[in-house]
Design a protein around this ligand. Structure first.
Ligand SMILES: NC(=O)c1ccc[n+]([C@@H]2O[C@H](COP(=O)([O-])OP(=O)(O)OC[C@H]3O[C@@H](n4cnc5c(N)ncnc54)[C@H](O)[C@@H]3O)[C@@H](O)[C@H]2O)c1
Length: 453
């Protein structure tokens, strides 16, 4: 069971100094400059608009303050994307809500963004395009925050973790569902052994057709909703219950988003088996879809059920929340089932307009961890602070191994399925390798990853 860490506080202030030789980042003591963390953003799509934008706008207005590190400025100084068009529209529309940033577009946009000088960068490109940008960011000695799923292969994860260690920077991933108050309560009950020993469970997340048919149409060929959203639950299960991942199986359906025998999936069902220290096992089924009718009441419908030796946990995104109908608006421009915990726009009781929720909190939390490393005490204790923040398993890339292993297995099983070889099984830490794909009717397995998971 991972522990809930509470960092030791250090009251001194320090300031980040970028090494002019470009060898990375060092910390020096200073009290006469405003502590600043310059941010870069790679990918300017839906998730930027939903979560990063409101965070950066609030940071622009209010800064980020904590008694440990003082008042830190967090300007968004650069954006990198393929065309730059959404960043340009955002800059024009945002007015004073955000400071001027440089909009880099094209194949080398990430390189130019990094050359412009940022202290950390966030990656929110499509799932299969995280790695290249992430590697460049870390190699430049910048801290990294990457959208889920971090990367699709353990080989890539190993490389990123090694660079982050060498450059002494943070490399973290966003799994905002871990900050959902319901999931936090579940984990608290498990952590405190009120709910004891999970036996099995299921999770489902259903997205509307507009996601696969409109929003993601440009990059959807060869992709699946499992990697895109099941990964939230893979991480929830891995982080909440601990244990060792043993086996992954998966299947799915095709024919709506792409041809029935092609590589693009409408819906997926995967199963993971875990083993715990006492030798007992648990099984988890995760069902996902991005072809649910656009007018279904859940819009994004999320459900989990976990069964324990002594209890049962049922969570349902609609049953916990509100249902609202407005003529001619729901469910299209306004959702019937609003998740006001994730990311809601509100008029606060004191009159201010605000956008808040755990989707934004998770990004702010990363920035606070980074501010603590860089400014939360004396320069000679920076490596201690860095180690404390790297030890947080909920978001550190080094703790994402079993989640990436499950994603890599899912991708490989679906790829074999699309190639005419369905029903493969991936075994973890098998005598032949860390991730081994067994094919029905074949004595020769495929080793997906050599090292130990
Ligand atoms: N935290 C969450 O729950 C959540 C929700 C939605 C999406 N996501 C994740 O965020 C990521 C982006 O999703 P989205 O919905 O914003 O996608 P999107 O299609 O709306 O936007 C993708 C952006 O990436 C840019 N891009 C694509 N290839 C690029 C490249 N090679 N270099 C630079 N920029 C590139 C595009 O121009 C676009 O700006 C995905 O990994 C997705 O899984 C997370």
């Amino acid at each position: 069971m991972p522990s809930i860490a509470s960092p030791v506080l250090d009251q001194q202030s320090s300031i980040l100094v970028r090494d002019p030789g470009g060898r990375g980042i060092t910390c020096g003591m200073s009290t006469n400059a405003t502590p600043t963390l310059r941010a870069g953003m790679v990918g300017v799509g839906m998730i930027f608009d939903e979560t990063y934008r409101p965070f950066f706008e609030r940071a622009h207005r209010e800064g980020v303050y904590d008694r440990r590190f003082g008042d830190v400025s967090v300007p968004l100084t650069a954006m990198a994307s393929r065309t730059g068009s959404r960043a340009a529209k955002y800059q024009a529309a945002a007015g004073d809500a955000i400071a001027k940033f440089t909009n880099f577009a094209g194949e080398d946009s990430v390189d130019r963004m990094l050359a412009s000088g940022v202290d950390f960068a966030c990656v929110a490109t499509p799932d299969n395009r995280h790695f290249e940008a992430a590697r460049k960011i870390l190699q430049a000695g910048c801290h990294l925050l990457i959208e889920k799923p971090s990367v699709l292969r353990l080989q890539e994860l190993d490389e990123l973790v090694a660079i982050a260690r060498e450059k002494q920077v943070l490399a973290k991933v966003v799994y905002h569902k871990l900050l959902d108050p319901d999931h936090k309560k579940l984990r608290t009950l498990v952590h405190d052994n009120v709910l004891s020993h999970v036996n099995n469970g299921y999770c489902s997340l259903l997205e509307p057709k507009s996601i696969s048919g409109g929003q993601f149409a440009e990059w959807i060929v060869g992709r699946n909703p499992g990697t895109y959203v099941a990964v939230h639950y893979i991480k929830l299960i891995d982080f909440t219950f601990g244990g060792k991942l043993k086996t992954i199986t998966a299947t799915g359906q095709r024919g709506l988003v792409g041809p029935k025998d092609g590589p693009t999936w409408d819906s997926n069902q995967m199963r993971m088996i875990y083993e715990y220290n006492d030798g007992r096992e648990a099984a988890f089924d995760i069902h996902t879809s991005w072809v649910t009718p656009d007018n279904f009441p859940g819009y994004v419908e999320q459900e989990v059920q976990f069964r324990f030796d002594n209890g049962l946990w049922n969570g349902h995104s609609r049953k916990r929340g509100v249902e609202c109908t407005v003529e001619e608006r729901t469910p299209f421009t306004l959702k019937n089932s609003m998740n006001n915990h994730y990311n809601g726009t509100f008029v606060e009781p004191w009159g201010e307009r605000a956008q808040r929720g755990y989707g934004i909190e998770v990004i702010e939390r990363f920035v606070r961890e980074l501010a603590y490393v860089q400014y939360g005490g004396s320069a000679d204790k920076r490596s201690e602070r860095l180690a404390q923040m790297q030890a947080l398993g909920y978001n550190d890339l080094a703790a994402d191994r079993q989640t990436v292993a499950a994603v890599q297995a899912l991708e490989a099983i679906l790829e074999r399925h699309a190639a005419g070889e369905p029903d493969c099984v991936v075994r973890v830490n098998h005598p032949r390798g860390g991730l081994v794909l067994e094919r029905p009717g074949s004595a020769e397995p495929i080793v997906l990853y050599d090292g130990t998971v």
